[in-house]
Design a protein around this ligand. Structure first.
Ligand SMILES: C[S@@+](CC[C@H](N)C(=O)[O-])C[C@H]1O[C@@H](n2cnc3c(N)ncnc32)[C@H](O)[C@@H]1O
Length: 178
């Protein structure tokens, strides 16, 4: 490979990341281990399936799969470069309870399970609320890092110890603001 072809390759990768970040209005910023542990603490003991809406490079989904081998964890990511990396990390981690799907979580016709986690962007939280209200069954838990769902009533709003964000906790069926 010549220097020029390496440069072109890196340029295409960076351009792809940027194009999808603009299109999806969310930058693939990972949740690091300590912050992930704070999120995992709010996943109920009897949980069977967790979905990460916008799983990025796979960090949060991987941490959940490691911490909770009893739970099926699925990361959904549309941006191709972070998705490909998360797939490779999943294969290397060899976690039978972890899977990644390349899709738009807004249109993917799939039951997200009993817990959804997300770390997205305020501009897309209304869409997230609409999808969750349609797809999740009553009693399902939503844990959103950093951003509230407009019009939803959180049962917990917890400042994170690692970083400036808050965790917004919702229970589907009891989420309608009164
Ligand atoms: C801030 S990252 C969070 C990554 C991961 N959840 C974590 O906490 O480590 C947000 C990701 O959501 C993805 N995303 C945004 N909208 C999406 C959509 N509609 N469908 C699938 N992925 C989406 C972005 O591409 C980005 O990688």
């Amino acid at each position: 490979m010549t220097d020029l072809s390496i440069l072109v390759f890196v340029g295409i990768i960076l351009a792809l990341i940027a194009i999808y970040a603009i299109r999806l209005r969310a930058v693939p910023m990972p949740t690091m281990t300590k912050a992930a542990r704070e999120i995992i603490a709010y996943i109920p003991n009897d949980t069977k399936a967790v979905t990460d809406f916008g799983s990025g490079w796979g960090d949060l989904a991987l941490e959940i799969a490691r911490a909770r081998p009893d739970v099926t964890v699925t990361g959904i990511e549309l941006s191709p470069v972070p998705y490909a990396i998360s797939r490779m990390r999943g294969i290397l981690a060899a976690k039978p309870n972890l899977d990644f799907i390349r899709a738009d979580f807004r249109t993917l016709d799939r039951d997200p399970g009993d817990v959804v986690v997300c770390f997205l962007d305020p501009r897309i939280m209304r869409d997230v609320g609409d999808v969750l209200a349609e797809r999740m069954t009553d009693g399902g838990i939503v844990i959103s890092r950093g951003f509230a769902i407009p019009g939803w009533q959180a049962f917990g709003e917890i400042p994170m110890k690692n970083g400036p964000d808050r965790l917004y906790l919702y229970r589907v069926g009891h989420h309608k603001a009164t």
